[in-house]
Design a protein around this ligand. Structure first.
Ligand code: AMP
Ligand code: MN
Ligand code: MN
Ligand code: MN
Length: 272
């Protein structure tokens, strides 16, 4: 079965609309799909077309653990749940505040950019670092998107502001309150040692974590084996997603990851 439970639309930092994502999912023979935009459920209100694909509601929530920016995916959530929508509202305010802080920090570093110009780039009110990165490229501050992240926005740089996000326990609690399952997104991206990843997973298990994204995008087989074991050792389910944002020769296309290994428990056992 072709499953993709993590991707983005232009309601956050992806380029396709919700309808265009569903069309692409059909072209790629996906049978189960979740749109998981950053800190917003807006895409779900914009779907206008019918499909035979099994659509699972979803979101990717930004958080912070031990000084590291981490992402938690919630799947099969009630879109109208009060606790979740209140958390999302706070996250959107945090995004707005963070944008102002990042621009101020860059201004202090003699980079002359304005919040209003960055807002013009985004299709929605969800402004992310990719929009800032694009503006830094458009205005000639850097010559590539990668360089914008390396120099100004990525981990450890001046634009790496994550202290405003909700704590993992708050995120997991809101997802559970909405009847959903809570999943650690792309665990390999956090560059934690194996020991630290273990501590991270163990702590989130105490808050009710259900699953880990054992497959995220085009990752190496060794990574899949590592996180499969870590999931099984903790009786966690395994999720899978391309984290598709746009067509990019280095990144996975929608639904084009390797399948989950046979020896893990697929997360859809919890909602199918
Ligand atoms: P934000 O949600 O504003 O914190 O931005 C995070 C998003 O930026 C991720 O979901 C990716 O889409 C993108 N991103 C993060 N790191 C990089 C990077 N090094 N290069 C390009 N895009 C990145
Ligand atoms: Mn993104
Ligand atoms: Mn993410
Ligand atoms: Mn994502």
């Amino acid at each position: 079965m072709i499953v993709d439970l993590h991707c983005h639309t232009n309601s956050s930092d992806g380029v396709l609309s919700a309808d265009e994502i569903i069309t692409k999912a059909e072209e790629n023979n996906i049978e189960m799909l979740s749109i998981t935009d950053h800190d917003t459920l807006a895409a779900y209100k914009l779907i206008t077309r019918e499909t035979n694909i099994k659509l699972i509601t979803g979101i990717e929530v930004s958080s912070e653990w031990a000084g590291i920016g981490v992402h938690i995916v919630g799947l099969n959530i009630d879109l109208e749940n009060k606790q979740l929508n209140s958390l999302i509202k706070n996250q959107q305010q945090a995004r707005e505040d963070r944008l102002n802080i990042i621009v101020l920090k860059l201004n202090k570093a003699n980079i002359d950019i304005k919040v209003s110009d960055i807002k013009k780039i985004a299709n929605s009110s969800i402004i992310g670092r990719p929009h800032i990165a694009k503006h830094l490229v458009d205005t000639g501050v850097v010559n590539s998107f990668d360089r914008a992240f390396k120099k100004y926005l990525g981990n450890g740089s001046i634009g790496d502001v994550k202290s405003l996000w909700a704590k993992p326990e708050e995120v997991i609690s809101a997802i559970k309150s909405a009847g959903g399952v809570a999943i650690i997104a792309h665990p390999d991206k956090y560059k934690m040692t194996r020991t630290k990843s273990g501590y991270f997973f163990d702590e989130l298990c105490e808050y009710g974590l259900d699953a880990i994204e054992v497959i995220s995008g085009n990752q190496h087989q060794d990574i899949t084996t590592k996180f499969s074991r870590m999931a099984n050792d903790r009786n966690l389910y395994a999720s899978i997603g391309s984290d598709f944002h746009r067509e990019d020769k280095y990144m996975s296309d929608l639904g084009k990851t390797k399948p989950l290994p046979d020896d893990v428990n697929p997360v859809w056992d919890l909602f199918c």
